[in-house]
Design a protein around this ligand. Structure first.
Ligand SMILES: [Zn+2]
Length: 232
């Protein structure tokens, strides 16, 4: 069980999802048949993923054509919805689902640095479109955060909702905090079960937007410090 803001290894993702997550776009292959997207907003990322609206919206870029199907750089070609056989690519599967009106759930993991990831939460796939970028067309997916990721109707409902919203930490802040705290719990130095923690909680006016208010804590300390939350 992971909560948005948890810092996990690639192995953790594979163990949790139940398959070897090698591709960024994984349609209906998660442990409960949910789709899984891996994203990165790092400067050297091959794709232009964006987090908007304080983490409530992700604009995810589709993936390039297979290199063996084209001459030269795949970046010179449209991102395909179909394979030469006519079957849908991963782009095509997400594209069709988004435009079918299903609004299916997608779990999103974001790369912080090689081997280090964070769980961004469960999102609904809202829509997909083709966008002209330079001389080619790329696939764009819009994902919106699932507002309540605890059990709806429980006494903890509003507390869980607020907790979730406190964890919308922009990628830039995540990178800064991870680097500043050297990938260790600021209290005990552990490098396991890390989490982005608010020094001053959101409910007391703390912000997610400044690295000064975010720190790395291990799960044991986070557990003592706030409410634990699991995936739906
Ligand atoms: Zn610790």
């Amino acid at each position: 069980m992971y909560a948005p803001g948890d810092i996990i290894s690639h192995t953790d993702i594979c163990l949790f999802e139940g398959f070897t997550v090698q591709q960024g776009m994984n349609y209906h292959t998660g442990h409960d048949n949910t789709s899984v997207l891996l994203m990165s907003t790092a400067n050297n990322s091959p794709y232009d993923d964006e987090i908007r609206d304080s983490g409530k919206v992700i604009i995810y870029e589709g993936h390039d054509t297979r290199k063996d199907l084209v001459d030269g750089s795949a970046k010179n070609y449209d991102q395909p919805l179909h394979l030469p056989s006519g079957r849908l690519t991963a782009n095509g599967k997400f594209f069709e689902s988004a435009n079918s009106g299903i609004r299916e759930i997608v779990r999103v993991y974001e790369k912080i640095k090689p081997g280090i990831w964070t769980y961004n939460g469960a999102f609904t796939l809202e829509k997909a479109w083709l966008e002209d970028v330079g001389m080619r067309k790329v696939v764009k997916l819009k994902l919106a955060i699932v507002p309540e990721q605890g059990s709806v109707g429980s006494v903890e409902h509003s507390a869980r909702k607020e907790l979730h919203q406190t964890r919308m930490i922009p990628s830039k802040v995540k990178f800064q905090v991870f680097s500043r705290d050297k990938g260790e719990c600021v209290i005990c130095g552990s490098t396991n079960n890390l989490h982005y923690d608010h020094d001053l909680p959101f409910s007391k006016g703390g912000t997610s937007l400044l690295a000064e208010n975010i720190r790395l804590l291990c799960a044991i300390l986070v557990f003592n410090n706030s409410v634990s939350m699991s995936l739906p």
